[in-house]
Design a protein around this ligand. Structure first.
Ligand code: ADP
Length: 245
């Protein structure tokens, strides 16, 4: 776990210089989808500032635009209007290669389904994003082992996804999301496919990891117990982000 903590300390030091600016800032974000003749106005000028080290629960009914917002925040989708600032840098008009670089370096994703590569072991799945980023094999392996160990998966490192339970698969997906020590972790209903007990177990690991590493997090969830344990709760209402308490 030592390296994970070292990375966490480095992350904190990096962001300390910029504590007065959000690590992620969605400004006047609009997203509209056309559906036949009609237009769906999903986001209509949404504002959301995520501060360094903060965890935010995004709680809204199905179809409200949670995934859309997370995809835009994670630079997977372009807004139709508005800007997404990552650590103060405007990203909307950057070339795709630069957006990809920022996404790989600064942003981790966890989805409702694990999206692990079936032919690779847990260890290899967590090593891959690091190798893609250019890390050496030994270094990537060491960090993957430490992360999986930290998430309680020491005995599962050489298992393929099909040989693991749903909760174990999701914990591997969490390890993969933070493998490159991102500054921002975006999670889209990460426990949505799990039974209540497993969801609690996976969330506990997730929460422990984000607290220990100082990660800034947005988690879309329907689970009010999970939302209550985040620093802040927001919803999407009429295409805007609204604070819940
Ligand atoms: P949530 O995550 O809150 O369930 P989504 O962001 O997935 O909501 O979707 C919000 C709305 O936008 C839904 O009505 C969905 O059908 C619509 N939508 C999402 N993506 C597209 C798309 N690519 N084309 C058209 N409509 C879309």
């Amino acid at each position: 776990m030592s390296d994970v903590m070292v990375e966490a300390e480095e992350t904190t030091i990096e962001t300390e210089e910029a504590q007065d600016i959000p690590i992620l800032y969605l400004h006047q974000v609009e997203r509209h989808y056309s559906q036949g003749e009609a237009t769906l106005d999903i986001l209509r000028g949404a504002e959301l500032a995520l501060w360094p080290g903060q965890s935010v629960a995004l709680v809204a009914p199905s179809g409200a635009g949670k995934s859309t917002l997370l995809h835009i925040a994670g630079l997977l989708e372009h807004p139709d209007h508005g800007e997404v600032y990552v650590a103060g840098q405007a990203t909307a008009n950057l070339p795709d290669a630069e957006r990809t670089r920022i996404r790989r370096t600064d942003i981790g994703f966890v989805y409702q389904s694990h999206h692990l590569l079936p032919e690779f072991t847990a260890l290899e799945n967590v090593m891959l994003p690091q190798l893609i980023r250019g890390l050496g094999r030994n270094e990537a392996k060491k960090r993957a082992q430490e992360l999986l160990d930290y998430l309680g998966l020491k005995a599962r490192v050489n298992h393929r996804p099909a040989e693991m339970s749903g909760g174990e698969q999701q914990r591997v997906a969490i390890a993969r999301a933070v493998a490159n020590a991102p500054r921002i972790l975006l999670a889209d209903e990460p426990t949505g496919n799990l039974d209540v007990k497993t969801a609690e177990h996976v969330f506990a690991a997730f929460n422990q990891l984000i607290r220990a590493s100082g990660l800034s997090t947005i988690i879309a969830t329907h689970n009010m117990d999970i939302a209550a344990r985040m620093d802040r709760r927001v919803t999407i209402s009429d295409g805007l982000v609204v604070e819940l308490d």
